[in-house]
Design a protein around this ligand. Structure first.
Ligand SMILES: *Cc1c(COP(=O)(O)O)cnc(C)c1O
Length: 360
């Protein structure tokens, strides 16, 4: 495609070219409707088919049972920081939070407004450069919250923490659908679409229906999961175009062969980058302490000094490698290589890294 850069942005992020082309084809006239999805009533038959199919395809990808509701909401993952405790912290009004980064901290902050938060583990004392493996849970907690992938710090849980029968709640915003996960292990999963699933504007929530019984009657209508479950995400105007593009992404994943295939591709891509860095005689240094905690989605690294970081980012940008600047709280560089990021883009970046190293 003409003039497209390699887009390493952490979010909103790269989308599959096939999906963009499909959206482009349909833009002036969606499958004979005479209008685009941007313009059509969310109550129309045409749109109903789009949202129903998006949900069905997601259920196929993750093998989601009828015990779970799937919701397409607004307000970002950030609104879920509040909605989760407002809905399911009852009746004990206690919850466990595993703090592995800035997003987890923000989630815990909102939960504290609703009840008592127990920090079951934290990696803050090492600027979140590892995933804690031991937890001190509150036996009375209504749920355990964790962040599967830490977008800013470049760490990722390899498997879910063991929590027994307590519902597990997960913010999967930056690694949703990067591999198959067993939804049955979770009480609730939420993810903003704009990192690994689609454009900004939609937040996916998968919630175990039995948890809806806990929701206090005082919960505001719009902030109550039951409202959205009962109305199939159509209580008010849903983020219609985002859901449509997410649906295209789900079809793209199904056509690829599903999430096990996607996982292999993600492992291969990340290995190209990490293996080269580990082999670079200390020129490119992964910021994450333990290899097993390294994210497959957000690869964070530093050069020997800040001057070199800056020069690297600027020269890379000039060559069409966009968005490599690390988050301000970590510094250095970050290559976000989500599902839609092409393998040849990672290989091209490594070639550039070699060239930059030899000149500096
Ligand atoms: C980006 C991000 C968020 C915030 O998402 P919004 O949709 O902008 O509210 C929350 N959690 C994680 C892990 C993220 O990466």
């Amino acid at each position: 495609m003409e003039n497209r850069v390699y887009n390493f942005s952490a979010g909103p992020a790269v989308l599959p070219e096939e999906v963009l082309k499909d959206a482009q084809t349909d833009l002036m006239n969606y499958k004979g409707a005479g209008m685009s999805v941007l313009e059509m009533s969310h109550r129309s038959k045409t749109y109903d088919k789009i949202i129903v199919e998006a949900e069905a395809d997601l259920r196929k990808l993750l093998n989601i049972s009828d015990d779970y509701a799937v919701l397409f909401l607004q307000g970002g993952a950030t609104l879920q920081f509040s909605m989760v405790p407002m809905n399911i912290m009852a009746p004990a009004n206690k919850a466990d939070y595993i703090i592995t980064g800035s997003w987890a901290k923000k989630a815990a902050k909102e939960a504290k407004r609703v009840g008592t938060v127990n920090i079951a583990a934290t990696s803050e004392e090492q600027n979140f450069n590892f995933i804690p493996k031991e937890y001190k849970f509150d036996p009375e907690a209504s749920y355990v919250h964790f962040t599967s992938n830490n977008t800013i710090f470049g760490t990722q849980f390899r498997t879910e923490p063991e929590v027994g029968n307590v519902p597990l709640v997960c913010d999967t915003s930056s690694d949703m659908l990067h591999k198959f996960i067993d939804v049955n292990k979770y009480g609730l999963i939420y993810a903003g679409a704009q990192k690994n699933m689609g454009p900004a504007g939609c937040t996916l929530v998968i919630v175990k229906k039995s948890l809806l019984e806990r929701i206090p009657d005082t919960t505001h209508t719009y902030l109550n999961y039951k409202t959205h479950v009962e109305k199939d995400s159509m209580y008010n105007t849903p983020p219609a175009f985002s859901v449509y593009v997410m649906g295209l992404v789900y079809k793209w994943l199904l056509n690829l062969g599903g999430l096990d295939v996607m996982e292999k591709m993600n492992e291969e891509k990340a290995a190209i980058l990490y293996d080269y860095m580990d082999d670079s005689d200390g020129f490119y240094n992964a910021t994450v302490a333990n290899k097993e905690d390294r994210s497959l989605m957000n690869v964070t690294f530093r050069l020997p000094n800040e001057e070199l970081d800056k020069a690297f980012i600027a020269q890379a940008a000039a060559k069409g490698f966009s968005g490599l600047k690390g988050h301000r709280s970590v510094g250095g560089c970050r290559a976000s290589i989500y599902n839609a990021f092409p393998k040849q883009g990672v290989a091209a970046l490594v070639e550039f890294m070699k060239e930059f190293k030899s000149k500096n």
